[in-house]
Design a protein around this ligand. Sequence first.
Ligand code: ADP
Ligand code: ZN
Length: 604
Amino acid sequence: MSKERKNNKDKNKEKKGRNGLILILVLLVALAILIGLTVYLMKNQTNKDENTLAYTDLIHEINNQNVESVEMTTGSTTAKVKLKNEEEEKTTIVPNVESFMDLLQTKVEEGNEIELIQKPRSIISQLPSLIISFLPTAIMLALFIMLFKMQGLGEKGKVYDDTERKTKVRFDDVAGLEEEKQEMMEIVDFLKRPEKYTKMGARVPKGVLLYGKPGTGKTLIAKAIAGEADVPFISMSGSEFIEMFAGLGASRVRKLFEKARKLAPCIVFIDEIDAIGSRRTSNSGAETENNQTLNQLLVEMDGFGSEETIIVLAATNRPEMLDKALLRPGRFDRRITIPAPDLKGRLEILKIHSKDKKLAEDVNLESIAEDTAGFTGAELENILNEAAITATKNKHEDIENEDIEEAVKKVTVGLEKRERKYSDKDKKLTAYHEAGHAVVSRYLPTQTNVKEISIIPRGVAGGYTMYKSDEDKYYISKTEMQEKLVALLGGRAAEKLVLNDISTGASNDIEVATEIARDMVTKYGMSDKLGPIDFQGKEPYEMQMFGENIGDKIGEEVKELINAAYNRAISLLQEHRDKLDAIATELLQHEKINEEEFDRFFEE
Ligand code: ADP
Ligand code: ZN
């Protein structure tokens, strides 16, 4: 093991020496190109001069009715002019496009026969001039980047991550996810002893798709596989493949796999694969570019056989968006869902990430795990980091429970983004909005009790209502989802009811509610009218089999759910207006209400 590491180091030294030579070569070649280009461009420029027409001369020609056509591109100041007695087009730089267009318009209206051609702005048409003006800078930049890269000083992780180095991450660093790890062990084994599998004639896995929300540890587990198998980890994010210039994405894919073949056996990790692998539906520019990139990826994956031990892991949060071609056998034919951690998982994640932190005696990780249902691993890690910062700010010896609770709030409320200045009017609005959420959920059987309400601005939020966290649930019933909608719309309902006006403060609530309602109809088949059908991620032609205006019907059902919930929130608040007023008043006075104080309002 240690010997191997040493060998690697020697190899690296050798590489550095060779890199020096290559660098000098590249510099020389680049210099030659630069000189060549400058000469060429200068020549071209002079050629061009013969084809330009001074603006004053152009006006003169227009007045003499000697102009056949003028072509302008939106956003550009160059006009292409065709004179009546000449074959070739001339170009003119227009000092003031607006007044020039006005002039042309008037001339045309006066009966002058000038053909006006207005072209929409396109990157391609501007490309030549862009290239000419930026070429020298671009070449210099490219040289610098090359220089940096070769010396290993390039921005690490931008294109390739951990390429030369092997990752130190092991399965032990991944908390929870026991079954998933078990499944991954097979891949590790395959990377270590591929011949064992090929001898048996087994078709080895090529691609594994990891489905899950951001921050659930998909990258971490991919790294751990590489770490366990002791193979290099090459990674790239799907969004990096999407480029303005056609073909670049595809060439990046090619390079990525070139590299992988050199380093095999290895792991290739593509994050956000939906950015390149989303369904090929339309033919717009970006889509076509995506297709090229996607096609290249498919070609690469089909290309390597069992003799090359490369495993491609890809992560996405939106499996329904993926092009079906990616999922065919021999490509990403294995799919593993990475769920948000359950109670036990959260506790383990908290333990792992607090290992190198000083925790006070009073810290109870179990109760923090209980309070953070639905949190991802990344969020939990973030909470512990925040807690360490808070503890430092509070001049605590070590991280106390109160620091962690503060951090939990920071992270949860930080997710709700409500930007607002804080006048007295806003304060009242916030108080009623939050009281609205709290009172409504109190009367909804499936909703958990309120833990804290506050109208102290926190982060970008004006106020918040925190609920006691629910025990982990695998299934959520329709009733529960309906009541969740009511609780979410309780804020807006209170604003409407009390102030007879509504604010932007509910935008996040509305966003969440709309998403839930949409999922109820299109994903969970909870609409009585439409039945248990999955409408999500269907191609237009697939949707057609459900009838002509299925889109309208889905919209109707979503609206129905939202409206029903909103009306129920209104009537609950009307019925319990005394509680709403009392709690809002208390909030205006003390800005904060805790669980006990809240419960007291409902004792009779
Ligand atoms: P994803 O790729 O799913 O967006 P990451 O793997 O990048 O998520 O996770 C971000 C960070 O969150 C990780 O670096 C790790 O610190 C933490 N994390 C997430 N899940 C876990 C887990 N199961 N165990 C330990 N740490 C985790
Ligand atoms: Zn709200």
